[in-house]
Design a protein around this ligand. Sequence first.
Ligand code: PGA
Length: 261
Amino acid sequence: MPENGRRPMMAANWKMNKTVTEAERYIAALLPRAADSGGVDVAVFTPFTCLSEAARMAEDSEVLVGAQNFYFEDSGAFTGEVSAPLLLDIGVGAVIVGHSERREVFGESDETVAKKAKRAVEAKLLPVVCVGETKEERDSGGMWDKISGQTKAVMDELGGDVSGDSVVFAYEPIWAIGTGDTASPEDAQEAIGQIRGLLRETRDDSFADSVRILYGGSVKPENIAEIVAKEDVDGGLVGGASLEVESFEKLIAAADGQKDG
Ligand code: PGA
């Protein structure tokens, strides 16, 4: 455990990839590695179609299986949506909320994202809430407005009772996602440190010191160690480099090595 007391997390976001057969092979290979990853929480966010099998395989293991999205109502006339109780029913333990692809391609607003985060926490489904700026926002000086607005919307909706270990944030600059253009470790630390500072101001020390904030955006085995070595960076949310289990295992090992003690 790092000195700051926050257990690092390495999270795979498969996006719209992998059949059930491919998922089975991956999870089977990952389980023994994750059992060995003592100091790191390992999460895999699969497509809906793989969740049931992945969660069954990962039951009683070190691997947390999560969905990439859900809807904040529990049941009813919401064609095409999946709710927290439906995910819990098949053993899912976490969910990505407000990924930039959901926000940009599917039009999810800050308000919707905040409601999803709240419902996930209530349902004891660990939300990984994504925030981040576009290249234009960064270049025009609007970066912090964007990130702080996204973060505050979620914190306002969560209310005062929520503890820091019931939610995870991920800082994912949109220009770094899937582009190979990773944020420098200094940029990642600066943004994540600022987000933690905002959580300290708007909530309190105990929340800010215990909540985990991951970095996401073109994380690779070659760059992860330097990024997670930064004080405020508590791990990674990884797309492309998580699709091969060998590559994801290297990321887990790097995070384990860097944050150990
Ligand atoms: P990437 O995606 O690692 O492929 O950049 C990260 C993400 O979108 O979560």
